[in-house]
Structure formats: C-alpha cells, structure tokens
Ligand binder design. Structure first.
Ligand code: SAH
Length: 344
C-alpha cells in the first residue's frame, strides 16, 4: 500500500499509468490530496471505479491527537498518533510575525545527544513525507491558526531522513498544497556526516540552523556522539561552503549548560571558529529533562558569554523560552507517554 499523501503528481501519474488509467487524472487526484481530503470518496470529479482502484493501492491516513498541552504563552503542543501506533510531537508557537509549527522528522532519534529527551529510546523509524506534511496541516487545524512558518526541529535528525525531508519540502511548498515558501522553512541539524554537503547541493533557500553547542571536539564529543565522526572543524568548513553555495547565512544553536560549555574560554573559541561567515549564534536556555545531570547556566554566565561574542563581532540572540511550563522541548511528551505505557 502506498501513502498517497507522500506522493507527488509524477508518482501519482506513474501509478495511474500502471493501472491503465489516463494520466490527466493525476493532477486532479494530486490536487485533492494536497487540499487535504480525508477519503477517496471526497474526490468528486474522479469516477467511483477509479476511486475504488485507488483504495486498493493507496491509503489516506489522518493523524489523531493523543494529547494536547496548552501553555500560558499560547504555545500548543500535540502528540500525534500515527498509522502504525507510533507517536510524534509538534509544537505551535505564536509570534508577532506569524504562527510557526515545529515538526518531528523521525520517530525517536539515533544521534544520542546527552541533553536531549528525543534520543532516549533510540530511533524507531523515519517519518514519511506525508506524515511531516500532516503535522503542519493538522497542527494548524487543531490549534485553529494559519501556519506561516515551519521548523524541522522536533523529534529526529532531519538529515538522517534526507530523501523524505526533501520530498516533504517539495510537497509543503507546492502551489496546490499549503504553499509555504522555502524562506519560511528552517531545518535544524546536529550535522551528521556528509549531511550539510548533501543539502548544499540542493541549493535551497531554506534557513539552516546547526546545533553546535560546543566550539571544540573535546567538549562537543562529550555531549554529542555525532561529533566523533565529523569533528567541529569539518562541520564548520561544511557550513562555510554551504553559505558560499546558497548565500544563506547559518544560525548556530548553542545551548548553555552549567560548567559544560559555558566558560569564557568556550565563548572565545566559538567567536574565532565562526568569524567571517555572517553567522548568527542563538543561545538556548537548557531545558532540564528527567534523569539528566545537565543544569542551565546562570544568568551571569550567559551575560558574559554574550559580551565576548559581541565584542568579537558575532551576532547573538537568546532564544525566548516558549511553552516552558508544558515541557515544549522536543521529545519530552512522547517520552513520558511511552514510559507510562511501558510501566503500565
Ligand atoms: N536533530 C536536530 C533537530 C532536533 S533537536 C538537531 O540536532 O538540531 C532541536 C534543537 O533542540 C537542537 O538544537 C537540540 O540540540 C536542542 N535541544 C535538545 N534537547 C534540549 C534541551 N534539553 N534543552 C535545550 N535544547 C535542547
């Protein structure tokens, strides 16, 4: 069975061709799917016989809200039930410049970052393009807002699910569908081997955020096992090439963990590492997760860190904490539900 929501018009045309059906139906069917129909019977301009044939080959699944948490700041977090019983999270954040949804790209994650809840149970599977698209569509519907921006910053490592993520970008960008422009889409990555180079080759106008979190191999490898393959120097070199190739400045995410990566020495190293590439550093207050020894840095530490970066001409901001009261950091809701299930 094919997930029709993951198919583009050409793939639908190929499927129709194999069924001996006229090709022009592909654009009609694609339009219905892109428009968000929930059953083949809603495709009113498609003959019933063809709808039945489609039902034999494809499915239309709509995710179910398993849990919803609403923060005092208006942030809403959803836990979605998928067709095979797995679940993933999305978060809707309301900003003055528009509503943003943060979506997951995998069920679980195999990157193993020590401060992150998403990776605790390892990777279960990749999400299909249609499952990512559904998070955008249904988060907007369920929160009753129009989504204008999408960030791939939820559970999972987008560049480890590369082809499905590329397909998702194409679908979410499609005129017939949600029509969200590439410049309104961000991908966040910890930089698995070869990922950023591959992305640079696609030459997209998306915004790239790189989860750096440390300016040297000693610190980074300790908290992010992915660093043992690539290393900081190579990662930043790939980022420089990415910038040259796409003309898009990169945002580097840096979470501030007390006594781990937040010394003045770390700040100086970071400034030197990122010089001359128009980089932006986004400092992230650490969200404490259960069973983790990581503690957020003090306000004083953060202030000193910012001063050093700014003195060295690095553009820096501190991320606003959205939905802190509902554990909006990725992976925590799914983690809790999965553990409850295991316990009970
Ligand atoms: N795998 C991708 C995207 C998912 S994580 C990546 O690594 O970028 C999204 C962001 O949240 C990353 O910057 C990640 O490092 C950060 N993050 C994970 N756990 C966190 C925590 N407990 N506190 C603050 N930020 C966290």
């Amino acid at each position: 069975m094919y997930d029709i929501k993951s198919m583009d018009e050409n793939e639908i045309a190929e499927l129709l061709c194999g069924m001996g059906q006229p090709k022009y139906r592909a654009s009609q069917i694609y339009k219905w799917v892109a428009d968000g129909v929930e059953s083949f019977d809603e495709m009113s301009n498609i003959p019933v016989s063809l709808r039945n044939l489609l039902k034999e080959k494809c499915y239309i699944y709509c995710p179910e809200v398993l849990a919803r948490q609403v923060s005092v700041d208006g942030t809403v977090k959803f836990l979605w039930g998928l067709r095979d019983g797995n679940s993933v999270e999305s978060v809707v954040m309301r900003y003055r410049h528009g509503n943003t949804v943060c979506i997951s790209t995998q069920v679980g994650c195999r990157m193993g970052c020590r401060f992150c809840a998403s990776t605790r149970g390892g990777l279960v599977r990749n999400l299909e393009p249609g499952e990512m698209l559904d998070q955008v569509r249904y988060s907007g519907k369920a929160a009753d807002v129009k989504i204008s921006n999408v960030v791939l910053m939820g559970i999972g490592e987008p560049l480890e699910n590369f082809e499905n993520v590329m397909k998702f970008l194409k679908l979410v960008n499609s005129d017939a569908g949600l029509n969200i422009g590439m410049r309104h889409i961000s991908i966040s990555t910890c930089g698995p081997e070869g990922g950023i180079e591959k992305l640079a080759d696609r030459d997209l106008q998306i915004t790239l955020s790189v989860s750096l979190h440390a300016p040297d191999d000693e610190t980074r490898s300790k908290i992010m096992p992915v660093n043992r393959n690539t290393g900081v120097e190579k990662l930043v070199e790939d980022c420089r090439r990415y910038y040259e190739r796409t003309g898009r400045r990169i945002s580097f995410e840096y979470l501030m963990a007390d006594g781990i990566n937040d010394s003045d020495q770390h700040a100086r190293k970071l400034a030197i590492l990122l010089m001359g590439m128009g980089a932006h550093v986004n400092l992230i207050p650490l969200n404490r997760i259960e069973g983790s020894e990581f503690v957020p840095s003090s306000g004083e530490r953060v202030k000193s860190f910012i001063e050093i970066l700014e003195k060295n001409g690095i553009n820096v901001t501190v991320r606003r904490r959205m939905g802190a009261d509902i554990d909006a950091a990725c992976g925590q809701l799914r983690r809790r539900k999965t553990t409850e299930k295991e316990d009970g």
